[in-house]
Design a protein around this ligand. Structure first.
Ligand SMILES: [Zn+2]
Length: 223
């Protein structure tokens, strides 16, 4: 967290116009809506996994927690869909399929109550050569793409200058992005199927750098 805060301070000093920032934060204070950070999966739903047994849900949480902390430092009110290894489902539902449906519906309710949502995920592909952050944006609110573009710019600039991946509009299989009426994006931070990227994604320092880049992208985004 200390390293993250130092990085944050450096980014702030370099990239952020403080006058714009303070007026934006005042505007945020006037609305009671919060920023929502959604660490994908959790509990019985692990998401994808790496060959060494690393499970997506854990990396998602490890990036989401410092991200939420950093955004709070910026003055935002932040909520998270989960801060532990759990699903967001109604507990009386037992079969996994029903739990997943309940989980998605409950997350969607949170998305729609928030000013904007950033969902953190990890990628996986059968061919191990693919790597790099990929960002998807929601289809129902035009702010989603602007937010995604702002975050993509900082992530590429600060962490992945070789990354040529363009933003992608969510397809129907990304339920939350296709149904959220509030701005929402999914950040696939990296590929668990690429060994070099997997090592980075498991590294606490890199997790904080990723969180910091995303936080700075949020801050630079001007709604
Ligand atoms: Zn996922």
């Amino acid at each position: 967290m200390v390293i993250g805060c130092i990085l944050l301070a450096v980014y702030l000093a370099i990239n952020v116009n403080n006058v714009i920032r303070s007026s934006r934060l005042q505007n945020h204070a006037q609305t009671d809506k919060v920023l929502l950070i959604d660490p994908g999966h959790g509990g019985r739903d692990g998401g994808t996994s790496a060959s060494d047994g690393t499970v997506e849900k854990s990396i998602n949480l490890a990036i989401s927690m410092p991200l939420a902390d950093m955004l709070r430092v910026f003055g935002y009110t932040v909520e998270v869909t989960r801060d532990s290894d759990c699903m967001i489902c109604d507990s009386e539902l037992v079969p996994l399929r029903q739990q997943k449906i309940s989980d998605m519906k409950n997350r969607l309710k949170m998305y729609n109550k928030s000013r904007l949502t950033i969902s953190i995920h990890q990628n996986h592909f059968s061919q191990s050569r693919y790597h790099g952050t990929q960002i998807f944006y929601g289809t129902k609110n035009e702010e989603s793409k602007l937010l995604a573009a702002s975050i993509r710019q900082v992530v590429l600039e600060k962490l992945q200058p070789q990354n040529t991946r363009e933003l992608k509009k969510a397809t129907n299989d990304i339920y939350l992005l296709c149904n959220s009426t509030a701005p929402a994006i999914v950040i696939e931070c990296g590929f668990l199927s690429n060994s070099t990227e997997l090592s980075k994604l498991k590294d606490k320092d890199y997790q904080q750098k990723m969180a910091c880049a995303i936080a700075c992208g949020v801050l630079a985004y001007d709604p």
